[in-house]
Design a protein around this ligand. Structure first.
Ligand code: ASP
Ligand code: MG
Length: 427
């Protein structure tokens, strides 16, 4: 008997009909002789609607109460799903995050899982029931309070359950057919990817691919969980995200030829801040980024220009999520006299493109080919950064789509036909 964890995103359980459809799918898995644990997101746009409601009541909702509010969304879907399954003649039991043993730190709104003690889930399985667990939520032992894992956190719930229960498979059901070589809404000739390594998936997610929550991929990588991403609306194969046993091997230790390019990700969610006129001497970057770090912002690309010989001054630019820019500008402005720079520039009209592939390690000329493709498409590059298996560039926001299409073609990734795009957000 196999143990299968299945996660269903909000668009897969958007209304009563969808809940019944998902219940059928779960029951089929159970009927096939498997033990089934389900992690479920809130119905449709419930989380967004609850957030809007909170902000109608107050400008600054208390974090503890916000988590209390938002976790109600998953309580609704988990109970309805359990009812639907029971009405089909199969035993099912729903559990909140704390009942399922999702122990987190105390960081409301972005809590991290520190332990999983799924005794009650295991008990339900032992009694032959299907266990339905509320995604996205946990419990802190110190404060005794309910926490949430951050937007899109139900993927992480599923992976954590799969790791703790030593599941055979962790299936992530969503509203797209799997992982594509690019977002089909941006690059119509994007192709589905059958298998991708977790490190490539991490880079794509960091580059803006939204199908999987980045923390879920990290958790799966750390705990050796293989993910199977597929649509809850059809029976297509979907994508396996595997953890190589060693470089150049698959999860079983068999050799695989890594693709030079796995895919292209784009991101319009970042802004660029430039600190102009920084004295070119030891310690300046350390001080600037200490101030930035205090805001909790996640910095992505950093570029420092050569210093102008005449003045001994340099500029430092970095990108960060648009939503963090205000707080970072305020913090840098407050520290301006101590940091001793001239001015700040803020640019929220940037787009980021990331080209990802494990085969980059052993293939030369990839960056030349990328820059050539962008040049031929008449696209100016504003920033460049690289990792072992990724090259990212910043362009104007309004040229990032043209850039992605050109690069996708240049690296031979185009499908013969255009991908079918279903409605939805990928969650
Ligand atoms: N319902 C939560 C959200 O919308 C968690 C999730 O969907 O994974 O962010
Ligand atoms: Mg959701």
């Amino acid at each position: 008997m196999a143990l299968i964890v299945q996660k269903f995103g909000g668009s897969s359980v958007a209304d009563a009909e969808s809940i019944k459809r998902v219940a059928k799918r779960i029951v089929e898995t159970r009927k096939a002789g498997n033990e089934v644990v389900v992690a479920v997101s809130a119905m449709g746009d419930t989380t967004d609607n609850l957030l809007d409601l909170a902000h109608e009541v107050t400008l600054l909702p208390a974090p503890r109460e916000l988590d209390m509010l938002l976790t109600a969304g998953e309580r609704i879907s988990m109970a309805l799903l359990a009812m639907a399954i029971k009405s089909m003649g199969f035993d099912a039991r729903s559990f909140t995050g704390s009942q399922a043993g999702m122990i987190t730190d105390a960081q409301h709104g972005s809590a991290r899982i520190v332990d999983v003690t799924p005794g009650r889930v295991r008990g339900a399985l032992d009694e032959g029931a299907i266990a339905i667990v509320a995604g996205f939520q946990g419990f802190n032992r110190g404060t005794g309070d309910i926490t949430t894992l951050g937007r899109g956190g139900s993927d992480t719930t599923a992976v954590a359950l799969a790791a703790a229960l030593e599941a055979d498979t962790c299936e992530i059901y969503t509203d797209v057919d799997g992982i594509f070589t690019a977002d089909p809404r941006i690059v119509p000739r994007a192709r589905p990817i059958r298998r991708i390594s977790s490190e490539e998936m991490l880079e794509l997610a960091a580059g803006g691919a939204k199908v999987l929550h980045i923390r879920a991929v990290e958790y799966a990588r750390r705990h050796g969980v293989t993910l199977h991403v597929r649509s809850s609306f059809n029976n297509k194969e979907g994508t396996i995200v595997y953890n190589p046993a060693a470089p150049g091997q698959d999860e079983n230790g068999d050799p695989v030829e890594e693709p030079v390019i796995a895919g292209v990700a784009t991101d319009l969610g970042e802004a660029k801040i430039t600190v102009v006129g920084v004295r070119d001497e030891p310690g300046r970057a350390a001080e600037i980024f200490t101030t930035v770090a205090r805001t909790g912002a996640n910095i992505d690309m950093i570029v420092q220009n050569v210093s102008a010989a005449a003045t001994g001054l340099t500029d430092i630019s970095f990108t960060l999520p648009k939503a963090s820019a205000g707080a970072v500008i305020a913090a840098l402005t407050a520290d301006q006299s101590r940091l001793g720079y001239l001015t700040l520039q803020h640019d929220d009209q940037i787009g980021k493109l990331a080209l990802v592939g494990a085969g980059m390690r052993t293939n030369s000329g990839v960056s030349a080919q990328l820059f050539r493709a962008l040049a031929d498409a008449g696209i100016n590059i504003e920033m460049i950064s690289t990792s072992e298996i990724r090259i990212s560039v910043v362009t104007r926001a309004d040229s990032v789509q043209a850039a992605a299409i050109a690069v996708h073609t240049a690296f031979g990734l185009d499908a013969d036909t255009e991908a079918i795009v279903y409605a939805g957000t990928g969650r």
